[in-house]
Each structure stands twice: as structure tokens, then as C-alpha cells.
Design a binder for this molecule. Sequence first.
Ligand SMILES: *Cc1c(COP(=O)(O)O)cnc(C)c1O
Length: 800
Amino acid sequence: MNAPSQITSDFSSNDLHARIAQHLTYTLGKDRAHASTYDWRMAVSHTIRDLIVEPWFAATRRTYEAQGKRVYYLSMEFLIGRILEDAMINLGLHRQIEAVLAEEGIALADVIEDEPDAALGNGGLGRLAACFMDSLSTIGCPAFGYGIRYEHGLFRQRFEGGRQVETPEDWLNQPHPWEFERPEAAYTIPFKGTVWDGIWTPSETVLARAYDTPVVGWQGQWANTLRLWGAHPTELFDLDRFNSGDHTAAAHPEALARTLSRVLYPEDATDGGKELRLKQEFFLVSAALQDLLRRFTTEYDDLNLLSEKVAIQMNDTHPALAGPEMIRLLMVDHGLDWDAAKRIAQGCLNYTNHTLLPEALERWSTWLMGRVLPHHMQIIERIDAEHRAATGCPPHLGIVWQDQVHMGTLAFVMASHVNGVSALHSDLMAKTVFADLNAVYPGRILNQTNGVTPRRWMRLANPGLSRLITDVIGAGWEAELDRLRDLGAHADDPDVLARLAAAKRANKVALADWVAAKTGITLNPDALFDVQIKRIHEYKRQLLNVYETIARWQAIRQTPDADWVPRVKIFGGKAAPGYWVAKDIIRLINDVGAVVNSDPLMRDRLKVIYPANYNVSMAQRLIPAADLSEQISTAGKEASGTGNMKFTMNGALTIGTLDGANVEIRDRVGAENFFLFGMDADGVQARYAVPDHARKAILASKVLQEVLQVISEGRFSPDEPKRYHGLVDATWNHDPFLVASDFDAYLSAQAQADAAFKDPDHWHRLALRNIAGSGHFSSDRTIRGYMADIWGAESLLQDT
Ligand SMILES: *Cc1c(COP(=O)(O)O)cnc(C)c1O
């Protein structure tokens, strides 16, 4: 094993400099005199990757020697972001590389900025998978992440006239320096065709080829593999066709195969139900299971040991075909009988549920499933028959019901453990969607509250705050985040509070500079920076925030000289391309911004900023500069949230509902340090039962009436006064996420935030208590929970 110190002490700056120069010359083929920022980035990235290889090999050797249990994390999304800076920080080489580049007259910041985000995910679910990879390596738990190497990640967002316009994302247009292509690790993935007597003759096949990215943990002590699958044709080229002159058609097999890993579906929390998506899901699952079974059988010869040596986590239902596919592979390729195959599959598999929203629960028509995966359809029917017979459940609790395969039920039935992602969510799961299944399979549901990695979200994103924390509580907190508790003792230390204030202000100045360069809008760094960044979704209630923004604008216009606390409202987020309501909300935010930002009465008192193309790198910039974190979803709808945790550990105060992990955040930081408002999950249910709840709420709120009135009059869309009549009408008549019913409560919580902000000392004390209470939300804690309660896996890190 490599001791952590070896990495940093073995390499003097001279060594590093020589290695970078070597890569520049021989990997990039560039002379220093002509090297671009891109060339330097590649040279530095290759240098850093070289240094990860050693702990990576050592981790593999150690796992073989110890015959350790391996964890396989199956996820259709890994929202990684940039890799270089994170890897440098984990290796402890950040400052040294910066100095080396400075000698060459190159700014490390420019090199870091040159890297495209690996945006292989939509939002929270994919980012969670990326945080988990970091924590698994930091803890030294042997693990593989399995995903798809999408050529095009999540679309790029632009605004045209305030409207979202999507363009393709192309991170792989340039060489990706972090991965190793593995032509030898390739598996045939079958589709379609016919099944006779349990023998499947597929009519289509695609090759899944592995691309490995080592993921190094804190201090370089361990590295696991993120193995992404790229689709390739099983036969490259139709030579007969080419020879007969049909040159375009000859390339068809290639094009067809590649579509499988071409694009990430941009749907977040909705179920598209498209054939290509089903094929992508099976492509991931089959490649992953073939790969892990090959690894297992080279090490062990008794498949009964599988569940002792392998734990598989299904991140949502997207990989739920792992149940039937594992049974198929164990029977067809390894000769087991049905009962043994099913028992072993169940022993390995676990399922994480991420949502209770009915529109997000995956279902596939039996017709489509039968056509694309005819053998699996038969296996699913047999699993279903046994599930029904064993439990005597009513028909609607079957896996196959009304000509649809219910993937949540399939995942639940085939899993050893099923977990929710916050205490409230797990509780609601057991009481609502999975209540009946919970009754027939008691004890299967448990909770693992989400977390985020403090390496990326504090140390990397917020170096100023990180230095302060190290000075106050000592080094090493990045991997022992509970120690942030120790900050609590300094809540009345004027020096610590002053330094905290200075760190936050520096981040706000940096953000203001970035906004000015991007948009020409000047922000006052002493204003309250109020940030809502996340996917645009009705349940997340960006609309509530815009309505409050409009109310604030109207109030300032009425008495401009009152003692206003200056506010900057910052929004960020993408809408799924076909989600029209969300797109209307985006346009409204931008239209309101245009009016507010050009209103001479506003000046510093109110600004609305919506930078396009929210992604991980933008989150890293915005979160450290936030004073107020908007976590205002309708209670009972947000499974956990992880954005909420990132803000808390960076010293933003939350204005939020009792939803998802907000509940636990508030418990940990203290109720007096959190701006709570609105109905809780029970209140929400009761409210839905009130006839005309929206109209009643609006009629009781003069402020909301006026907000809806100015929108209807076309104040924000003078060229098209009726532009938002649909949105306003929906608020009056349907309001499915109870924006109107929570509006007044939200308004007064915002007023409390203003009042608290007027006393900077008080505010920073609250911020410090938030940081001090945030240690629980490290993804290290989450992963330790999975290891102990679900996987039965152990750390193989040796004490050095
Ligand atoms: C953390 C994160 C999310 C999840 O945010 P929520 O507020 O929990 O929905 C989404 N996108 C990006 C880029 C993130 O970093």
C-alpha cells in the first residue's frame, strides 16, 4: 500500500515539472513555445493520472489478496463535473502544480477552466453517484461504478429572448485524458429475436466496450474504477454492401450500434418510456453483470459465494433489469437452476428509490418489453407469478399489471434491501407507494440519508472557508466531517466570525466579477445573495420564488426609500426539453429579471440573475457565494435533495420547507438557525382535500393577487401580454404544488431573513452554526451506512 505522504513527498516540484514537460513533448507533441492552454491541461492531466495509477493497482492487488467483498454501483448517470482539480486536491499536489505552471507563465486557474464538465447526468441522482465514487475511494471500500459513456451528456442551455434553447453537449469532441480504453473488456449485448424452449435467439447484437476512469480518494490512499460502457457494432462494416456500391448503407451497423451510447436522456423525474431508453438500460445492466460475473468466476469457483463477495446497488429503477438478467446469466451461462439463480441474484441486489412522484416511477409496456427483451419478459412473468403466489398479494401489487411492467415492484421484489434517501422519504415510502409491499416483505425498507463529498464541495469549491476551518479545528476534517462540530465552540469568537464574514465576502466578490464579465450586470457584494439552483420542476417551486421576487419589486416601487435589505436573486437550472410548464417558468424568471434589472427605482435593492447552463462547475462557483439557500419544495415531494447540504456546509442559511433532508438539516443545525415556513407533508395532504384550495389562498392574500395581476397585465411581456396567462390560470385553478397556499408563509420567512441579515454579526453566527451542524451530510457517512446496513462490505485501507 502507498502511504498518503509518499505521493506528496516522493515528488519534488522538479519531478513534477519534468513529468509535465515530458507529457507536453511526447504525449502532446508540442513545443513549450507553442503550447496552448489545452496542451498544458492535457500534460498536467496525464501527469496526475500517472500518479493515480499506482494506488489504483495497489487497491486492486489488496482486494484480491484480502478476497474482499466488492461493491458494484449501477447507475445510468454519473454527474462528475471537472476532474483535474479534484484529483490534484485529493493527491495534495494542487499548490505544487500551481507553482510549476507559474514558472512557465501559465495560470493554473485557466488550465482548470479549460476542462469541459463531464455532464453524464441530469441532476441530483447522477451527482449522488459521483459523490459516492469519491467516498468509496476515500474510505477504501473496493468498488466499481458502472455507467454509460454517453458521447453527448446533458444538453447545453442558452437563452434566446429569455427562452431556453438546447444545443448538444460535446465533451468527447476532444480527447478525454482520464480514461483507459479496454478493447479486451467487451461483451456482446443481445436484443430482440425469439425464445423457444427457454433458448433465446436474438436478432440484434451490440458490443459493450469498457472505458475505465480511476477515481482517487482523499490523500491518494485508494482508487476505485468508474467503468463506463461504450456501444460498438459487433460487425464493423457491411463489406458486401460497400462493394456493391451502397457506401452509406454499408456504414449502417456502425451508426446503429453507436446510438446506444450516443445521448443521455434529458428527462429528470419523468418516465419517457422510449425503446432506445429501454435498450440503454439493458445495455448497462448486461455489460455490468457479465463483467462482474467474469471477475468473480476467475477468483472463485462456487457461485454460491456470490452474495458473500458481491453487493450490487441499483441507483433507482433504471438498472432494475439486473434482477432478470442476473437470473438469465446464471442459468444460461453458468448452468444453475431457476431457484438457485434467483436466490443468488436476490442475495446480491439492492435498490435505492429516489422519488415518490407517480410520473417518475418507471413502467414499460409488456408489448415493448416482449419485443426488445423477449427472454426477460418471460423471466419477469415467472418472478411475478412466484411473487404473487408467495405473498397472496392483490392483483395490482404484481410486477406485471394492466399490460405494464412496474419496475419499482420488480426492483423491490428482487432486492435484499430497499432504501430511501432521507428519513422523511423512507418513512413516506413505507407508508405510501410501497406500503403494501412493505407489509408482505417486512423489514426490507431502510433509510440512508444522502450526503455530498466535502472534498469537492468545500475544499475545492471554497478554499477560503477551508483554510479558516483548518486554522480553527485543525487539519484532516475533510475526511472526518463530524469534527465540524468543534466550530460550534467559536460561535461567539469575534475573530472567527470576522474571518468567516471575510471568506464569504471574497466569494461574493468573485461571483460578482464573474457575473459582470458574463452579463454586464453589476452586483453589490454586500447584498443578500439568495440562490435557487436545481432542475426546473414544478414541485421544486421556482414559481414561488419568482412570485416573491415580483412582490418584492412591487413593494420597493411603492416605498423605494424604506430600509430595504439589498437582494440579489440568483436562479440556475435546466428544464427537460419537452416540459412546457418548466420552460414557461424559465422564461418568466428571465422576463422578470429584464424588467427589475432595468428599473431605475431598484438600483442595488433588487437584482435578478439567471446564468445559463447550470452544471457542476457553476454550482461550485455559486454555492460558496450564497447567503441564503432556497429549498422550498412542496413538502413530501423532494426525496432528499443534496444541493441543500452543499449550501449548509458552505455557510448559507436555508429558507425551506419540512421536506426531504431539510428536516434532518434543521435538526442538526438547530431550528433557530433555519428559516422554516409552510405546510408539512401531512398539511399538504390535508390541503389537497380542500376544494378550491388555490382560489381560497389567493383571495386571502392581497400581495399574491397583485402579483398575479401584474403578470396577467403583461408587465413582464409587453410584446405579448397573454404570454403567462396559462401559468397564472393554473395557479388560480389547479396549483398542483400548492404555491398559493404556502405563499404568505414564504413571504414572512423571507422578511425574517431580511431582518436577520441586517445584523451581520448575528447572521454570521447563524452561518457558523450551520457549518458546525453540517458534518452529518458528508457522503462518507452515507457510504459507511450502506457498507454496514446493506452491503456488508469493509474498508481495506491499512493504517499507515
Ligand atoms: C447538487 C446538484 C444537483 C442537485 O440539487 P438539488 O437542489 O438537490 O436538486 C443538481 N445539479 C447539480 C449540478 C448539482 O451539483
